[in-house]
Design a protein around this ligand. Structure first.
Ligand code: NAP
Length: 325
């Protein structure tokens, strides 16, 4: 099978596309014929060495994808050969990521993809949608706890932000999203945000407060840049869930945080306990079945151009980058 791979971390030029022997699924694993591979920031960060080490032997990159189950390992139940699935965390602790014709993953990381959802949509979900679902529900009470609350999604046109908006709306919340441009505002509105605010313009916090009053939950992509804004729109009991700090780390204003009785909750998908991960995946699946999830504008690359695809993500492509094996 043809696969993208790297043998050492470094710039995107460490990626090559090669012919590899067909991987066999071990006990509890499935082999999936990949139709689309979704590219996330974590993929280039791991490949670059910023967050990953040199692989043992080689690593086929990319956590997310969608395709058709091609073979079942011993003891796998609940999936069948020929079934359409979406994949998440395919390359976490596993060499057979999705940037290949075939991927082999633990069976629980292959999730049934309804006929109503395209492979391209399926390949967008993984890391972004599961992260968004967990960020929205990790404070407890599941999605039901969000009904009638106000949720602020920072960076509402990003991949995680997009699904945070759609899932919060699916749960019955009022959603405010921040963006930095009119192009991104249009994307956040299309995802269902009730109010979209340009965080670079003065009066952003006031606009959020006027619309939502107190925000119960923030899904935060840039806590270093936004903690002031978050504090200005949160109140007692609010939870700011941080999954990234695109800017520098914040200096923590202890007095203001105490006064607000605010919870800062940090999330890293790779470390989320399995039962909570399963709950997030289940919510994404329900929302998908309900037709509540969509794809951002897509940028498609052939497998031979996997390096360009990862570079596009690193350079902040607006929308979602896919690799088609
Ligand atoms: N902790 C985890 O488990 C986890 C999971 C998934 C992703 N991540 C990380 O989260 C980050 C985003 O991932 P992604 O896939 O959503 O990337 P993405 O699609 O590139 O989106 C990133 C978004 O962040 C926005 N942004 C940057 N600075 C901002 C600020 N000061 N205020 C509001 N928005 C801001 C950008 O919008 P503007 O250009 O408009 O600012 C952009 O839309 C990456 O660093 C990724 O590695 C972490």
């Amino acid at each position: 099978m043809r696969a993208a791979l790297y043998r050492q971390t470094g710039p995107s030029s460490v990626l090559s596309v090669e012919e590899l022997p067909t991987p066999e699924p071990g006990p509890g694993q499935v082999r999936v014929r990949v139709a689309c591979s979704g590219v996330n920031p974590t993929d280039w960060k791991t490949r670059s060495g910023a967050t990953g080490r040199d692989p043992e032997g080689f690593q086929v990159p990319h956590q997310d994808g969608a395709g058709v189950v091609d073979a079942l390992g011993e003891g796998v139940s609940g999936l069948s050969v020929g079934q359409r699935v979406w994949l998440y965390l395919a390359a976490a602790g596993n060499r057979w990521g999705t940037a290949a014709e075939l991927s082999v993953v633990p069976a629980e990381r292959a999730v049934p993809l309804p006929a109503s959802a395209s492979f391209e949509l399926g390949a967008c979900l993984g890391v972004p949608a599961v992260t968004a679902a967990h960020c929205l529900s990790c404070a407890g009470g599941g999605p039901g706890a969000l009904e009638g609350t106000s949720v602020l999604v920072a960076g509402g046109a990003g991949a995680v932000g997009h699904y945070a908006i759609e899932l919060a709306k699916h749960a019955g919340a009022r959603v405010v999203a921040t963006v930095s441009s009119e192009q991104k505002a249009a994307l956040a509105r299309a995802a269902g945000a009730d109010l979209v605010v340009n965080y670079r313009q003065p009066g952003a916090a006031e606009a959020v407060r006027q619309f939502a009053g107190r925000v119960e939950r923030v899904v935060e992509v840039a806590v270093g840049a936004n903690l002031d804004l978050d504090l200005a729109v949160c109140g007692p009991g609010s939870v700011v869930v941080v999954y990234a700090s695109e800017a520098a780390d914040p200096a923590l204003p202890t007095r203001r945080l105490m006064t607000a009785n605010l919870t800062l909750h940090y999330v890293l998908l790779y470390g989320v306990p399995a039962p909570e991960l399963a709950e997030a995946v289940a919510w994404v699946s329900r929302a998908l079945a309900d037709g509540a999830l969509s794809a951002l504008p897509l940028h498609r690359y052939p497998l031979a151009e996997v390096a360009a695809a990862q570079d596009a993500v690193q350079q902040g492509a607006i929308g979602k980058v896919l690799v088609l094996p």
